[in-house]
Design a protein around this ligand. Structure first.
Ligand SMILES: [Zn+2]
Length: 360
């Protein structure tokens, strides 16, 4: 098996490889159509779900890709390598693995972090019967994050304001204000939405079906864009009671945004909350694997540019094409060494997750 060949250049290619790999292994795939949008090539968009292992398994490992759209090139490559490598051929009798390919198929296809409604799905899982937060820290930075132009005076002024904000408050506070999640500016970045998204409803249904009766649930959600090149940081995202279990499984490598040990700022409304609510009787051990690509300000500026492009710009202009290339590079290092690092780490983490479940 050539590890590199199992990564893809487009959502459509990734989806076809995933479906083919499942077919080769005799795995039936459930395809959930997102009829609210089309892909970049006019294609239909699906969240595809492959289950390996017996019905009613008490231990379930869910591995998901593409929560943040274009970050899916990475997670898809890992999932397809796991399938092609025959990784799940000898699961314990009480264990099932559920691979969810393209949690956010619109973002994957259009190479965006957000979904079709500009929603960051990893900020969308909250109780909408309760009032939404005011997000004062984000309100303070919104205008500098989303200037009216990307190559003129407004952008230049915004950069000066950002530099002054960081000088005054520090980088950590800037990152927290921008990336923590907000529900007040629909055209802003890290917008969590004002209601449950299609992905939210669909992922809950998938989780209930496949893990609703589980006693032990492990969740690995694959991301990119933070931390050192090619390194997969294990960010613990579950309830604090599970942190010691996660560290036991993963050789004390888990970091936590809550105690400042992670490259991620604390965030709200993450997707593991929805998955775990659908498996109410299970212990849950939820980790985001976060693979580094480029330095954080390059990633953040690519996301700002992409946000500006869809709010005010033209995707088919010269500037639009340059921005799309920068966004892609921020999500996905199209280099053999990076893909090999991603796979080696991914393979190792999945092995540890199964061993952890086995002793639960
Ligand atoms: Zn992400």
């Amino acid at each position: 098996m050539n590890v590199i060949d199992n990564f893809s250049a487009t959502y459509l290619e990734a989806r076809n490889k995933f479906l083919d790999a499942c077919k080769e292994r005799g795995i039936v795939v459930e395809s959930n159509l997102n009829d609210r949008a089309k892909g970049a090539q006019g294609e239909d968009l699906y969240m595809d779900v492959a289950r390996i292992g017996p019905e009613g398994a008490k231990k379930v490992l869910i591995i998901s890709s593409g929560t943040h759209g274009g970050e899916g090139f990475c997670g898809s490559g890992i999932q397809i390598n796991l399938l092609r490598g025959g990784f799940f051929k000898e699961l314990p009798a009480d264990t099932a693995v559920v691979l969810i390919h393209a949690i956010n198929p619109y973002g994957f296809s259009h190479v965006r972090r957000v979904n079709e409604d500009n929603i960051d799905l990893n900020r969308n899982f909250r109780d909408y019967s309760q009032p939404l937060p005011e997000n004062e820290p984000y309100r303070e930075v919104h205008d500098m994050i989303v200037p009216m132009d990307w190559d003129g005076d407004a952008r230049a002024k915004a950069e000066e304001e950002i530099a002054a904000y960081i000088e005054k408050n520090g980088m950590a506070q800037f990152q927290a204000a921008v990336t923590g999640g907000q529900h007040i500016k629909e055209n802003g970045i890290f917008f969590g939405g004002k209601e449950a998204s299609w992905t939210n409803d669909t992922l809950r249904a998938v989780s209930k079906k496949h893990a609703g009766d589980a006693e032990h649930l492990a969740f690995l959600d694959i991301h990119t864009g933070l931390g050192p090149y090619g390194f997969g940081e294990l960010i613990y995202v579950g309830d604090l009671g599970g942190l010691s279990r996660a560290n036991d499984w993963y050789d004390n490598e888990c970091t936590s945004p809550e105690d400042g040990s992670s490259t991620s700022a604390p965030v709200t409304g993450t997707i593991n909350l929805g998955v775990c609510e659908m498996a109410p009787n299970a212990t849950n051990t939820c980790v985001a694997i976060e693979y580094g690509t480029l330095p954080i300000m390059e990633v953040l500026n690519a996301l700002r540019a992409d946000n500006w492009l869809y709010a005010y710009g033209d995707v088919n202009s010269e500037l639009g094409r340059k921005i799309k290339k920068d966004v892609r590079d921020a999500f996905y290092c199209d280099a053999d060494d990076w893909k090999e690092m991603v796979w080696e780490r991914g393979h190792s983490v999945v092995t540890k997750a199964l061993a952890g479940l086995d002793k639960s």
